[in-house]
Design a protein around this ligand. Structure first.
Ligand code: PEP
Ligand code: MN
Length: 336
């Protein structure tokens, strides 16, 4: 439920509504917006029937939110959220390029890649220090050492860094070093981790679970907003299907859909979406054309020797080509 306040409503009247919501046993969350003040009722499972709220002084209208997610929904917040990190504005006028290797590697290699992606136009550097690997014998990431390398990348290049939080054990340490916390596909429904990450005080990049519906994904994002974190970026990275021709099936359908359902920015990761470097650029173009507000791409100065995901990692030259594509496709007239 969303309680829309009158334009003339006083602060006292807004507090009165919040108190009334608390008295019903729910949590009020105020939703600022251009031209209107609203208070969202959260904590309820079912439809709240509270006609008394409509009669409180200063209340203009009470709207029942039809979706299971609220704070992430456009029904609750009409204006698009912008997440600003360094020079990157996710949800701003230009799609944001995020690039870097799958994993943090040696300092020298990681820094060399970071300088190249920055020169190509990346506004954020990506690399995993803690890697969630399917096989326990695969490279698991450099851990804390990798976080120090990321800190060095930020220091030397000025680029903010995004890196994954894979569990509670490493959450505080990662939050200390990263500018954006990535929640990966395997943890999208790790609800206790979502709550922890939501409270960490850093922007979050929430990847779509590999078999998650849009409703499940948005409810996962709701966990983050419910903890008071509004700086959330959604990332489509492909879903599991019967296809054998690609690692995942990049579901670009969700880009315009998410932009209609939610005010949160959405970016696309074509690297994990296709799993083969030859197809990263075509799908990056497709993502930009359908309205992606950023691209997350695995790139390396020597992809064949990458510590992980080499087969889907593109060269720096290819990344530069995608940056040129973005110049053209990022200027397309927005739809809807
Ligand atoms: C990654 O970005 O390197 C990663 C592990 O992504 P995903 O969670 O989408 O597999
Ligand atoms: Mn990867």
């Amino acid at each position: 439920m969303l309680v829309i306040m009158d334009n003339q409503a006083t602060e006292e009247q807004c507090h009165g509504v919040e108190d009334a919501i608390r008295a019903l046993g729910f949590e009020p969350v105020s939703v600022p917006g251009a031209g209107r003040t609203a208070v969202c009722v959260t904590g309820n499972n079912d439809r709240v029937s509270a006609p008394m709220l409509e009669r409180l002084p200063g209340v203009k209208q009470v709207i029942h939110v039809t979706q299971p997610y609220k704070l992430v929904s456009r029904e609750v917040r009409g204006s698009s959220t912008k997440v600003t990190v360094g020079d990157a504005v996710f949800g701003g006028p230009e799609p944001v390029l995020v690039g870097g290797p799958c994993s943090v590697e040696t300092e020298a290699r990681t820094l060399a890649i970071a300088h190249k992606v920055k020169a190509a136009g990346a506004k954020v550097f990506r690399a995993g220090a803690y890697k969630p690997r399917t096989n326990p014998y695969s490279f698991q990431g450099l851990g804390e050492e990798g976080l120090h390398t990321l800190a060095l990348v930020r220091e030397e290049t000025g680029l903010p860094v995004v890196t994954e939080v894979i569990d509670h054990d490493s959450a505080d340490l990662v939050a200390e070093h990263a500018d954006i916390l990535q929640v990966g596909t395997r943890n999208m429904q790790n609800f206790s981790l979502l709550k922890r990450v939501g409270r960490a005080g850093k922007p979050v990049l929430l990847k779509r679970g590999m078999s998650a519906t849009v409703e499940e994904w948005l409810q996962a994002a709701e966990y983050l907003l419910a903890e008071g974190n509004e700086d959330v970026i959604l990332c489509e990275r492909g879903v599991r299907t019967y296809n054998r021709h690609s690692r995942n099936t990049l579901d670009l359908n969700v880009v315009p859909l998410i932009r209609r359902l939610s005010h949160l920015p959405i970016v696309v990761d074509p690297s994990h979406g296709v799993g083969q470097r030859e197809r990263v650029r075509p799908m990056a173009r497709a993502a930009l054309a359908c309205g992606a507000q950023g691209l997350l791409i695995e790139v390396h100065t020597d992809p064949d020797t990458a510590y992980s995901d080499g087969s889907q990692t593109i060269t720096v030259e290819e990344f530069e080509a995608i940056a040129r594509d973005r110049e053209i496709l990022g200027r397309l007239e927005p739809i809807g």
